[in-house]
Design a protein around this ligand. Structure first.
Ligand code: FE2
Length: 280
């Protein structure tokens, strides 16, 4: 077994999206090649309602999956499939846009602000035009596995004999919420043919060499089939995610990601003509 190394440690930069939500774009187009099949990671989070109340009003997606994990606060959502509701801390939405979905995500005024992560996962060419699907998971459905020096909550995939509630997703992604006590150590499997990264929600991790990985950093872990973690003196909470790369061409137009420019042009023409949605 070989332990993966940190190939890239990034923090991202401030961006505004939706109707003016201030967020941190951790990685996006520039890094998507190395993070394949992951396209984008946004950390949204603020205690200031002005930063989050504008929300993400109705907008389309095609060809990707958006995975929203809420850590604090509440977000009201609704989509063209008829799903709707309010999600809270620890809830996860795994939305597979496939051929097309139109949805909105509106953070609600919350006493401790609204904080969370949105990850975009690319769909393989053969599944970009499949039927859209929405999976909503509440915090209570997520199995928590004691891990000696902490807890692993399995959102998607399997670990420690537990299976996450998000199933049937293309590529069999693993999405774990890992909490380690101060100085706690944990080694997790990450098969060599997969792209793996961690994102520090709070606390810090201490790699074998170099500076600690601080809160808000995202670490691409390469070359190995396991990932080893050691928490700093304040402990650590992080997402650990891996999935197989697609190695396909990317044609990216805002919320729509296809393989060719022609497919993008078709999508935008259909939006103009009102024929974008295949399912509703
Ligand atoms: Fe969206």
């Amino acid at each position: 077994m070989a332990i993966r190394e940190a190939a890239l440690v990034i923090y991202g930069k401030t961006a505004y999206d939706g109707a003016g939500v201030r967020l941190r774009r951790v990685f996006s187009r520039d890094e998507a090649g190395r993070f394949d099949p992951f396209l984008l990671l946004d950390a949204f989070g603020s205690d200031d309602p002005q930063d989050y109340l504008p929300g993400f009003p109705m907008h389309p997606h095609r060809g990707i999956e958006t995975v929203t994990w809420l850590l604090e606060g509440s977000v009201r959502h609704g989509d063209s499939l008829g799903n709707g509701g309010v999600i809270g801390p620890g809830d996860l939405q795994w939305m597979s846009a496939g051929s097309g979905i139109i949805h909105e995500e509106m953070p609600q005024r919350s006493p401790h602000g609204v904080h969370g992560l949105q990850l975009w996962v690319n769909l393989p060419a053969r599944e970009k035009m499949r039927r859209p699907a929405y999976r909503g998971v509440t915090a209570g459905e997520v199995p928590a596995v004691p891990a000696g020096s902490g807890t692993v909550r399995v959102l998607a995939g399997e670990w420690g004999g537990a299976r996450g509630p998000v199933v049937g997703v293309s590529g069999g992604p693993v999405y774990l919420d890992v909490e380690l006590k101060p100085g706690g150590e944990l080694t997790l499997p990450a098969p060599a043919d997969r792209t793996a990264f961690c994102y520090l929600v709070s606390g810090a991790l201490e790699p074998e060499s170099g500076k600690p990985w601080a809160e808000g950093s995202c670490v691409l872990l390469e070359n190995g089939d396991e990932a080893a973690f050691r928490a700093g003196p304040a402990g650590a909470r992080f997402a650990f995610v891996h999935a197989p790369p697609l190695r396909e061409p990317i044609a990216w137009g805002g919320p729509i990601v296809m393989n060719t420019r022609e497919e993008l042009e078709t999508a935008f023409r259909e939006l103009d003509e009102g024929t974008f949605l295949r399912e509703s």
